[in-house]
Write a protein that binds this ligand. Structure first.
Ligand code: HDD
Length: 708
């Protein structure tokens, strides 16, 4: 009889004290297949001599069932698709690392937040919510911002969005909300868009959505890039330190290059001209070594302060204004590696808000509580059973041992006879780790709970409008204009007038001017605030500049993209000068020409005017050179290129004869953010300064007269 392991006197084997990125790379290495120099084989490892022809009876005869090679190949192909995510189906992801700035031991005992010399590997997936897997990137929508930390104590998933609040307060309403926003059931239209009757029907009947809908009608819903988005954990979570003291915490991600958004006209056009716009941008940035970075910020609330706010910390439709609780930056996330295989990594990654580690805990936010159930459940149908944690991208780096056995697609070959606990047959292993001193296991935070078993919404969740008003009041003028434009666009697509009218009523409760401006565009009377509505509430903070993207923008051109427009006969010196000046500032230039080929000595065009229109760039420079300027001036596409950049409030530069192209396009002259002249250096300096502000907002009114 085989000898059995004897249990050691006390405790359990410790977790590895330090996990780093290399370990995640190595862990994935076991599963990575590189076919270089390898023969083509079947799934059974049999080499395939002919991959062109099915086995058949005679040259022109029928195919034979016997052909196991053809049958295996076609069978596998027939089953290639798995169900797409019910929401957040369209996504892009990357590997990276997280590092804490200094020990957060006072706040939390989470091991990955203790040591600034440690790197914790992460996998981050960004997504849109409504559209299907093949839908366009730049639609108006919330963006998912899901981070999987492979910590030494197990995986922690922070499954957030790029907006700090949510549409509903209770998870039981999630299927209703999703059914309303998704394409309508009778005709499966529209794709990846909220501009339709069922969405506005639902949100106009559910005033708790007012705050979040306002965020989705703002510039936040059309980010310039995934790299320029903020991220939020949304719910109030709990930090717990080694002494067992708990504190409330809200998580924020802030991009180090600052936030920026598209304009609606750009977003719509990009959806057609490059439906992978965000995915491509993320991929190329990582490929270029422009590693996207976010700081992790926390807002901490002491337990005794739980009830000192004019909103409930458990209500996911509320923010904690930074004026009340400032953000403390505690670490940095850097994305530095593109995945090797979209399906194996990005499609199969399985996030769950219930994946937490010691030092963190949940609160009773009813939306969060429901999420704790939904995600694991959805993975079971999406990934084919309860063993999805064994898929390489989902495996924790921390060792895992338990009595869970079998089920579809089991990979682990568990040794031993006892798959139960306690046992004496396998020496009692694996063992639980309580008390904490014995091994640092997860222990739920002790929270006193009492009450009757009831289905009710707490009265402290009643105020549905005051923070929406705070958001509206915190916007700059261009941002307010965009919000008015977005509501007007969306509601104009709603076929049923009573739905439009009902939504205007909600807008009036947020702000009467907002309602009046949208009402005018819809040809409807402007409603008044319902002063008796008991959902009105009052916010102690009336303005929060941190909510505006424009108000807190940091001037920079780093990683921005510039088109240098040039046709044959262009002045090579002006192109080189532009390329060098932009490179020195960390921006990227592409030479865009009517055709591929060489527009100037030693210069190759990177793309054509039609292949990469100006909507794909942050600024446009027209190169010098008489012949080039003549060709571009005579080209409708080239004139449209600069006019469109003007309309989209972008910085424009023209060196020497390049100015003729602006004149041919009838660009208003002497405009802010349009730099012209024969001295390339001077033009480039003003161009870069204008582009560092991202857009020339002062031009907005004039740009309206330029055709789209
Ligand atoms: Fe959710 C996916 C974010 C509420 C149920 N959700 C999903 C993803 C993100 C979020 C980022 C994609 C993860 C990935 O990249 O794979 N969801 C949120 C946020 C919410 C939220 C920030 C509110 C604060 N979600 C929410 C509720 C429920 C769900 C209330 C159900 C009761 N969410 C799901 C899901 C998904 C999902 C159906 C679809 C695919 C998946 O989980 O893995 O279970």
């Amino acid at each position: 009889m085989a000898t059995k392991k004897q249990p050691p006197a006390t405790g359990v084997a410790p977790s590895p004290s330090h996990i780093n990125t290399n370990q995640k790379v190595e862990a994935l290495e076991t599963f990575r297949a590189d076919a270089t120099n390898q023969a083509l084989t079947t799934n059974q490892g049999v080499k395939i001599a002919d991959n062109q022809n099915t086995l058949r009876a005679g040259e022109r005869g029928p195919s034979l069932l016997e052909d196991f090679i053809m049958r295996e190949k076609i069978t596998h192909f027939d089953h290639e698709r798995i169900p797409e995510r019910i929401v957040h189906a369209r996504g892009s992801a990357a590997h990276g690392v997280f590092k804490v700035y200094e020990s957060q031991a006072e706040l939390t005992k989470a091991a990955f937040l203790q040591d600034p010399s440690k790197e914790t590997p992460v996998y981050v997936r960004f997504s849109t919510v409504q559209g299907s897997r093949g839908s366009a990137d730049t639609v108006r929508d919330v963006r998912g911002f899901a981070v999987k930390f492979y910590t030494e104590e197990g995986n922690f998933d922070l499954v957030g969005n790029n907006m700090p609040v949510f549409f509903i307060q209770d998870a039981i309403k999630f299927p209703d909300f999703v059914h309303a926003v998704k394409p309508e059931p009778h005709n499966e239209m529209p794709q990846g868009a909220s501009a339709h009757d069922t969405f506005w029907d639902f949100v106009s009947l559910v005033p708790e959505s007012a705050h979040m809908v306002l965020w989705t009608m703002s510039d936040r819903a059309i980010p310039r890039s995934l790299r320029t988005m903020e991220g939020f954990g949304i719910h109030t979570f709990r930090f717990v330190n080694a002494q067992g003291k708990g504190r409330f915490v809200k998580f924020h991600w802030r991009p180090t290059i600052g936030s920026a958004s598209l304009l609606w006209d750009e977003a719509q056009k990009l959806a057609g001209k490059d439906s992978d716009f965000h995915r491509r941008d993320l991929w190329e940035a990582i490929d270029n070594g422009d590693y996207p970075e976010w700081e992790l910020g926390v807002q901490i609330v002491e337990e005794e302060d739980e009830h000192k706010f004019d909103f409930d910390l458990l209500d996911p439709t509320k923010i904690i204004p930074e004026e009340l609780v400032p953000l403390k930056m505690i670490g940095k996330l850097t994305l530095n590696r593109n995945p090797d295989n979209f399906f194996a990594e990005t499609e199969q990654v399985a996030f769950c808000p219930g994946h937490i580690v010691p030092g963190l805990d949940f609160t009773n936010d009813p939306l969060l509580q429901g999420r704790l159930f939904s995600y694991t459940d959805t993975q079971i149908s999406r990934l084919g059973g309860p063993n999805f944690h064994e898929i390489p991208i989902n495996r924790p780096l921390a060792p895992l041992h338990n009595g869970q056995r079998d089920a579809m697609h089991r990979q682990t070959i568990d040794k031993g006879q006892a798959s139960y606990e306690p046992n004496s047959i396998d020496g009692g292993w694996p063992k639980e780790t309580a008390p904490a001193a014995a091994g640092g296991g997860f222990e739920s935070y002790t929270e006193r709970v009492e009450g009757s078993k009831i289905r009710v919404r707490s009265p402290s969740f009643k105020d549905h409008y005051s923070q929406a008003t705070l958001f509206w009041n915190s916007m700059t003028d261009p941002e307010k204009d965009h919000i008015v434009g977005a509501y007007s666009f969306e509601l104009s697509k709603v076929e049923r007038k009573p739905i439009r009218e009902r939504q205007l009523g909600i807008l009036a409760n947020i702000d009467e001017t907002l309602a009046a401006r949208v009402a005018e565009n819809l040809g409807l009377p402007a409603p008044k605030k319902n002063a008796d509505a008991d959902e009105l509430g009052k916010s102690s903070v009336t303005e929060s500049p941190a909510l505006s993207i424009i108000a807190k923008a940091k001037p920079s051109v780093k990683t921005r993209k510039v088109a240098i427009l040039a046709a044959p006969g262009a002045d090579a010196a002006s192109i080189k000068a532009a390329q060098d000046a932009l490179k020195a500032e960390g921006a990227h230039a592409k030479v865009i020409s009517p055709t591929l080929g060489s527009p100037a000595q030693g210069i190759e065009a990177d793309a054509t005017i039609l292949g990469m229109p100006s909507i794909m760039f942050d600024g446009v420079i027209v190169a010098g050179g008489k012949d080039s300027a003549k060709t571009l001036s005579e080209s409708g596409d080239a004139r449209h290129f600069v006019l469109e950049a003007f309309k989209h409030l972008k910085a424009i530069g023209a060196i020497g004869d390049g100015e003729d192209v602006l004149a041919a396009a009838h660009l208003p002259s002497g405009e802010e953010g349009v730099a012209v002249g024969s001295d390339a250096k001077t033009v480039l300096k003003s161009f870069i300064e204008a582009m560092s502000k991202h857009r020339v907002w002062s031009r907005a009114q004039k740009a309206e007269s330029v055709p789209a």
